[in-house]
Design a protein around this ligand. Structure first.
Ligand SMILES: NC(=O)c1ccc[n+]([C@@H]2O[C@H](COP(=O)([O-])OP(=O)(O)OC[C@H]3O[C@@H](n4cnc5c(N)ncnc54)[C@H](O)[C@@H]3O)[C@@H](O)[C@H]2O)c1
Length: 411
């Protein structure tokens, strides 16, 4: 079952997955235990995740634990067709191909719902929201959510008293949010910008909108490549942090006039919009690293342009009425997943270790958890971090009994 682009790509996909797995030792350790203990025997998992080689490594881990997985993509443009082919050949029901229309994207999510999942895994909240809208939550024991925007949406459901089952906010685990979003997106967003444009970042003025986890990572990596980084923010604490980290901070209305490259990382709508396009320099490059394609008002730039042309893959040129040209990457969708390959495997190793353990917990505790957004316990964070350090050959100090007693005492 399933629907993918081209089954003949499976051999290439298998090699990609093998390459990813080489860099995912923590997940592989969990896989060995799952294979021995089969904690997910007979469990149906419905997943809506970016179909990348790292996601394939996660799916194989869940299957080793005894689960049956039905997978749709969490973005119409992020699927790696070779990986989808390899997974499908291995027996996973995959409904994903790169370049889905909006309608096909929704259809694929619907197929996951129809597979009757006991546990859902989501990246961005589209599957969870679709299940709630369809009134199809009855057989679902629990779910997981991979990204900041998804957690925000599911918290909104919870606030309205409409969340029908417990959802683990995997995104908010320390070993996810402080690593994947920071180092993963930091590197892969620049990778996407470079693959799409091949411009030199040294000396460029790179404007990063949002100085949260993702924005911090992108700003640091852009600076590392010699860019002059400007940060825009709406939160005074985050803005102050950016100032003290040594960046120029200003409103977007000012940054728009001077930036060469713009990267949005806010999880918010219309961060770059008509008034900004109107004052940008000729040649400005726009990229989005936030979850949805809403941060750059693509509609407004299309409306304003007198001509649109595809220059290279993932790079569109918009000619403004006064002749200035503005370049939009990846149609305003996640630049790191559309124009590059998403996060490197090493960081997805710990994100997906969290996912695998969260699924195991939802299965073990089914029926006992409230329909709330729940966190990853700190001891799981510590275990994942310890395993990662161990796999890197790094050891750390231990508290002595005296030190432990000192830290416990009020004296
Ligand atoms: N591309 C990827 O692979 C990837 C990976 C992880 C997260 N994400 C997505 O990236 C987005 C950001 O995630 P995060 O973890 O950094 O969230 P975060 O909450 O840590 O940071 C978001 C920041 O944006 C700021 N902000 C909000 N509106 C703004 C505006 N109009 N102008 C300037 N700043 C504004 C907030 O004050 C906050 O500091 C989310 O949509 C998340 O789902 C993408």
């Amino acid at each position: 079952m399933g629907r993918i682009r081209d089954p003949s790509l499976s051999e290439r996909g298998r090699r990609q997955i093998e390459w990813a797995e080489r860099h995912m030792p923590v997940l592989l350790r969990i896989r060995s235990r799952f294979a021995r203990e089969t904690p997910l025997e007979g469990v149906k998992i419905g997943a809506c995740l970016h179909v990348t080689k790292e996601t394939a490594a996660l799916v194989r881990t869940l299957e080793a634990g005894g689960a049956e997985v039905c997978l749709a993509a969490s973005n119409p443009l992020s699927t790696q067709d070779d990986v989808a082919a390899a997974l499908s050949e291995g027996g996973t029901d995959v409904y994903a191909w790169r370049g889905q229309t909006e309608e096909e994207y929704r259809w694929a999510i619907d197929m996951v719902i129809r597979s009757g999942p006991n546990v859902t895994m989501d990246d961005g909240g589209d599957l969870t929201v679709a299940i709630h809208e369809a009134g199809a939550a009855e057989g679902v024991w629990g779910g997981t959510e991979e990204t900041t925007t998804g957690v925000i949406r599911i918290r909104a459901l919870e606030r309205e008293g409409r969340l029908a089952y417990p959802v683990v906010a995997v995104n908010n685990a320390a070993t996810k949010w402080d690593f994947d979003n920071v180092y993963g997106t930091g590197q892969s967003a620049l990778d996407g910008i470079i693959r799409a444009t091949n411009i030199l970042l040294a000396g460029k003025r790179v404007v990063v909108a949002g100085y949260g986890h993702v924005g911090r990572g992108i700003a640091a990596r852009a600076r590392g490549m010699g860019a002059r980084v400007i940060v825009t923010e709406v939160d005074p604490v985050q803005a102050l942090r950016a100032v003290m980290d040594g960046y120029d901070v200003m409103p977007m209305s000012e940054a728009a006039r001077v930036g060469d490259v713009f990267v949005t990382a806010t999880g918010n709508v219309d961060v770059l919009r008509g008034e900004h396009f109107a004052v940008m320099r000729d040649g400005a490059v726009l990229a989005n690293a936030g979850h949805f394609d809403v941060e750059i008002s693509v509609g407004e730039i299309r409306e304003a342009a007198r001509e649109v042309r595809r220059v290279r893959p993932n790079l569109e040129e918009y000619v403004m009425p006064d002749g200035r040209r503005i370049y939009l990457l990846a149609e305003g969708r996640l630049v790191n997943l559309v124009a590059a390959e998403g996060h490197p495997s090493e960081v997805m190793d710990i994100s997906f270790a969290n996912q695998a353990l969260a699924v195991e917990r939802l299965v073990a505790e089914r029926g006992r958890l409230q329909p709330r957004v729940i966190g990853v316990p700190p001891e799981v964070d510590r275990e994942i971090a310890s395993l990662k350090l161990e796999s890197m050959g790094i050891s750390i100090d231990k508290l002595s009994p005296e030190q432990e007693a000192y830290l416990r005492s009020w004296r």
